[in-house]
Design a protein around this ligand. Structure first.
Ligand SMILES: NC(=O)c1ccc[n+]([C@@H]2O[C@H](COP(=O)([O-])OP(=O)(O)OC[C@H]3O[C@@H](n4cnc5c(N)ncnc54)[C@H](O)[C@@H]3O)[C@@H](O)[C@H]2O)c1
Length: 271
């Protein structure tokens, strides 16, 4: 068991959803927290819900220099980092044909490069002390691909490949890397997305967010608990929710043709 008590934990995207629930659970486990988000209001709300004031940083994870400056600040003020959870993320729903490069670069900047910067900026502290865990948020959409999610899929498949490669590099050391693959989690992600169109032909953000709210069965608190259990147990990959476990099985059984049963499943879950 990896003990979290007295460890320094860094969480990006801590102003909402899974990141906020992670901050609350890690605080309860006895971690000292460094929390970052682009949304300062959400970040302060998270801080107010904690028993001890954390280190807070307004941060755009897509800004490489800012992420490295954040890592330096964590080292200067808290001494080091042990757990780094690259959680900040956004969504875009658009077909490949109509997807703008601006939206594609926006999501890759946050969901992929943000994870790379967060990993590389903090990794030297973890390897120097030969103790730590990098936790990178991929998705079930890093396991299967879905129409209108090409940019999100590209980022989340990339996070999975990046994290698994790092994991192998770290084999035999005191540092590990975990890729996390949540199914539908009841958070603000769909409502905050750049939404144009979804696979069922829904063309309004409100309808899509309502559909997502029906489909997402897991709470952020349950997601945080599963991630923290994974850190403590030394898991290599964490699947969150019954939907993620089912999707993982369908992908293994039908590695090429999974979309037919998957689309039927997603339609029934929306009802
Ligand atoms: N909710 C789901 O169903 C689900 C499923 C699979 C994976 N995920 C992943 O889980 C992670 C957390 O998402 P969530 O569901 O809690 O969503 P959320 O929208 O509730 O929280 C995401 C947080 O990231 C922050 N953020 C956005 N852009 C940022 C930037 N440039 N720099 C720093 N912070 C930024 C937002 O302000 C927000 O506080 C994301 O990586 C997401 O892709 C979520």
């Amino acid at each position: 068991m990896y003990s979290l008590k007295g460890k320094v934990a860094v969480v990006t995207g801590a102003g909402s959803g899974i990141g906020r629930a992670l901050a609350q659970l890690l605080a309860a486990k006895g971690c000292t927290l460094a929390l970052a988000d682009i949304n300062e209001v959400g970040l302060k709300e998270t801080a107010a819900s904690l028993p001890t004031p954390p280190l807070l940083q307004k941060l755009d994870v897509a800004d490489r220099d800012a992420v490295y400056a954040f890592a330096t600040r964590v080292k200067n003020e808290l001494g080091t980092a042990h757990i780094v959870i690259n959680n900040a993320g956004v969504a875009v729903s658009q077909t490949v044909a109509d997807l703008s490069y601006e939206d594609f670069e926006w999501i890759m900047g946050i969901n992929f490069w943000g994870v790379v910067y967060g990993t590389k900026a903090f990794l030297p502290m973890l390897t120097a002390q030969d103790d730590g865990v990098i936790v990178n948020l991929s998705s079930v959409f890093g396991i299967i691909a879905v129409p209108t999610q090409s940019s999100y899929n590209a980022a989340k498949f990339a996070v999975r490949g990046f994290t698994e490669s790092l994991r192998h590099e770290l084999d035999g050391t005191g540092v590990s890397a975990i890729s996390v693959h949540p199914g539908g989690i009841k958070t603000n992600i769909a409502a905050a997305s750049r939404f144009y169109v979804d696979p069922s032909g829904v063309s309004s953000r409100e309808n899509a967010a309502a559909g997502f709210a029906k489909m997402a069965k897991t709470t952020p608190e349950q997601a945080a608990q599963t991630i923290v259990d994974g850190i403590e147990r030394g898991s290599k990959r964490v699947l969150i929710g019954a939907d993620a476990k089912l999707i993982d099985i369908i992908q293994r059984l039908m590695p090429v043709n999974y979309w037919k049963p998957m689309s039927a499943l997603m339609r029934s879950m929306r009802k």
